[in-house]
Structures are given as C-alpha cells and as structure tokens.
Design a protein around this ligand. Structure first.
Ligand code: UDP
Length: 236
C-alpha cells in the first residue's frame, strides 16, 4: 500500500491517502496530548503500542459483528483503514463514574453506573468538545436520527464485548469514547480504540492503567498501556 499525501494530522495520528480512494493509512505517532492540547509530550513506543492495541481490539469487534474501518496492520505504527465520512460526534459510555462526569455533576469517582450512561460530545476543539444531545445532533445536521440510533446500539454492543474481555484480564472498563463515520451509506466504527480514549482500572487495586496516568502526571504511562495489552493478549 503506497502512502500518497498527508490528508490530515490530528493530535496523535496522521492520515494519508493511498492509490485506492476507499482506503487510507493511519499513522500512530508518539505525540500525547491532554486538556485540549494544552499538555503535550512525546512518549516512547506510544505509536507502536496504540497501533497494535487498536488493531487487536478492532479485529475482536469485527469478529463480534461490529463493522469497523480497520483493514490491516501495515507496520509497527501504521494501519490501513476504510475511508469514512466522519460524523463529528464522540459517543461515550460509562460503566463507572470518572473524569468530566464527576466534575460536571459533583459526584465521586468510582460509582458503579447501572445502567451505563450514554453521552454525545461535539468534536470541536475551539469549544472544548461540548456535550450535546440527540436533538442538537439532528437539528444542526451533525447526524440523522437513524444513524444516531445505530451509533448508540453499536456503542453498547462494544461495551458487551470489551467489558468481558477486559474483565477476563482483571481490568475494569470504566468508560470509553467511540467515533463513527459513513462508508457507502453504512455506519462504521472509525478512529481508534486504545488506552488514550478509555479508562481501565486494575480490578483488585483500582490502579489506573490508561491516559489518566498522563493527565494526572502519575508516570509509567506507556508501561500501563503495555500491561493492559499483555493481560488481554496483544502481541507488541
Ligand atoms: N475521551 C477521549 N477524547 C476526548 C474526550 C474524552 O478519548 O476528547 C475519552 C476519555 O479518555 C474517557 C472518556 O472519553 O475514557 C470520557 O471522558 P470524559 O468525558 O470523562 O473527559 P475527560 O476527563 O477525559 O476530560
């Protein structure tokens, strides 16, 4: 697969076109950012770890019947993916309270949420990704009703698959963020699933093994990601 031109460079990944208009190359970089890009660092091995972690998870999700954009691993830091028309919304499911939910509602971290919550955020860096609801999404044309229903259904299906997988590895899937796009009219999971976009705690000690290690300056960030990977069977 030939990389042609750089189409887009985000905070942690770059996207390249290829000779096939339906396929793109995702390059996972070592750049790590938090707080709307206000904290940025380079972390050794992060591109490789997240690329392989994402490939592993996307493959498991495909096997469970969830359509994803993932096609194949190309190198340590690159994967081939389907080119999607991205829907500018982030879908967040929470099994346990943490992060912005605690700040917004003044609740403690670590409360089990039954049922899990579903939230939508608008992808807009300048506005700090504000929370929106399904009516905002429909009224402003960010996504149509039928597509929102599918995104919600798929996001909860991902919870079924991944909660069990992480639980088997002695981990709690606290929350996670998914992004979807359209491929030939079908809603397909895009972006990435890695410890950058979810929260994972050790089941026994509740030690954080995700990007909160970076956000909170706890150190051993990539060591945490690798530990999670080892426990679920990712080959780095
Ligand atoms: N998240 C993400 N990208 C974002 C915002 C959130 O990947 O732009 C993930 C985050 O890692 C966590 C979940 O979505 O697993 C919920 O994040 P939250 O709303 O608690 O915001 P945060 O505390 O990260 O500001």
């Amino acid at each position: 697969m030939e990389k042609r031109e750089l189409l887009y460079s985000g905070k942690a990944k770059s996207v390249y076109s290829t000779d096939n208009p339906d396929t793109m190359v995702l390059e996972f970089r070592n750049d790590t950012s938090a707080f709307d890009g206000k904290k940025v660092e380079q972390l050794d091995r992060k591109g490789m770890v997240n690329n392989k972690f994402n490939a592993f998870i996307m493959t498991k999700l495909e096997e469970a019947g969830i359509p994803t954009h993932f096609e194949s691993l190309l190198s340590d830091t690159e994967s081939a993916v389907k080119r999607l028309d991205m829907i500018p919304l982030e879908c967040v499911v929470r099994n346990v309270s943490a992060g912005s939910l605690c700040r917004r509602l003044g609740v403690d971290e670590g409360i089990d949420l039954d049922p899990p919550t579903f939230e939508l955020f608008l992808k807009n860096d300048a506005l700090g990704d504000p929370m929106v609801n399904e009516y905002h999404a429909r009224s402003f044309g960010w996504a149509e009703e039928a597509h929102i229903e599918i995104m919600k259904k798929l996001t909860f299906q991902v919870n079924q698959v991944l909660k069990k997988m992480f639980d088997d590895g002695g981990l709690i899937l606290v929350d996670y963020k998914l992004e979807f796009g359209l491929y030939k009219g079908e809603v397909v999971l895009g972006d990435e699933f890695s410890p950058d976009g979810c929260r994972l705690w050790d089941k026994e000690t509740r030690e954080k093994l995700d990007k909160d290690r970076f956000r909170q300056g706890l150190g051993n960030v990539i060591e945490g990601y690798e530990e999670v990977g080892r426990r679920i069977g990712v080959q780095f």
